[in-house]
Design a protein around this ligand. Sequence first.
Ligand code: AMP
Length: 426
Amino acid sequence: MKIKSIRGVKDILPGEIAKWQWVEGMARDVFSRYGFKEIRVPIFESTSLFARGIGETSDIVEKEMYTFEDRGGEQITLRPEGTASVVRAYIENKMHHPPSLVKVYYMGPMFRYERPQAGRFRQFYQIGVEAMGSDSPLVDAETMGMLIEFFKSMGLNDLQLEINSLGCKECRPQYRETLKNAIRQHLDALCNNCQQRYERNPLRVLDCKVEEDRKIAESLPKMGDSLCDNCQSHFTQVQSYLTTINTPFSINPLLVRGLDYYSRTTFEVTSSGLGSQNALCGGGRYDDLVEEFDGPSTPCFGFALGLERLISVLPAETVESIETDPDLFIVCLGAEADGECYRIAHELRRKGLKVERDYEASSMKSQMRKANNKNCAYVLIVGENELKSGTLQLKNMKDGQQNDVSLNSVTQDILNIIPLKNQASL
Ligand code: AMP
């Protein structure tokens, strides 16, 4: 019986990995310019971390977690998101000492038992960012601004940034009651899910995707009208900072997001290129989560973006510009040339060129075909005659131009012709 992968997961094959590595490299580059450093947290944690952190009434905790008992009888969950783990690590490793704004990012797989469909997987990859230790609206704006810069650096321009404020523990309870009272009048018309949400998590009714419910949601009272003065002023400042750096945004009063820990600013970036699962990135403030885990009061702001979705909307020009092709193919003709080809390949690889060769002692024609298939920029021909004459032929595969290179100074001659791209040389 053939063994197959689990439903909702997929392999990322060598042919597509260049895009992934390029996007990850770009994230490291852009985020480090804003002072973020990488944090690597475990892929599995105690189930209670997520149950408490994400919220018992969230879809994730209610029905999407991969939970199992390990051999020691401990309840373990494969992480469905990154923030809860980062908060745990922040407290456990006393990263709040000395008090400062801690800026971290993470990348890696997340696991959710969702119904698989285009753009939705059971194992998917996220890049996430957390700025921990300040409630300044500048942190919200700067982090969202960084995200938009990150997208722009990949040639993504047709994105929509939607923001909202969910208030704080001062003003939200009151709004929750107002909302519940308003929902009660429409209860029979709402979908089954929303009828349950009404009691436990009424804010989620606002972002239900069912068409009829959306119409009702639009008529319900909005958090924006119930914000306390502090939250109102915070939200106004966030908008003003975004305007300072010309970042277009719109306010979506129905934007709630599925995780319970958000307060004040929440946001989502969507791309029309994505179809029904159009959310590329979501995030916001979570000012109370660290304290809920018995850490010191630590207002935070963060986001997580989905790598599969991001990679699927990379513009064609961007994908083309991601250089993965080998620089050189060494065509090796005859057993005598074999050792010399190995030496030349070894030297050039040490210097930083991507070098391919044939391992099967094939004919000249077949090796040229391989060089072509691999899209090699140059071909070096090494045969008995070349070794005797001490002069080798280097052919540019794009324009057909040939250059003589001397066997004695082959490495340097080739490096004079083929430019080193950013490869690290040994
Ligand atoms: P969330 O952690 O739910 O706020 O999601 C943040 C981002 O992760 C979303 O905007 C998506 O891009 C991505 N994402 C969430 N769930 C999935 C999934 N099941 N499959 C693929 N990407 C996902």
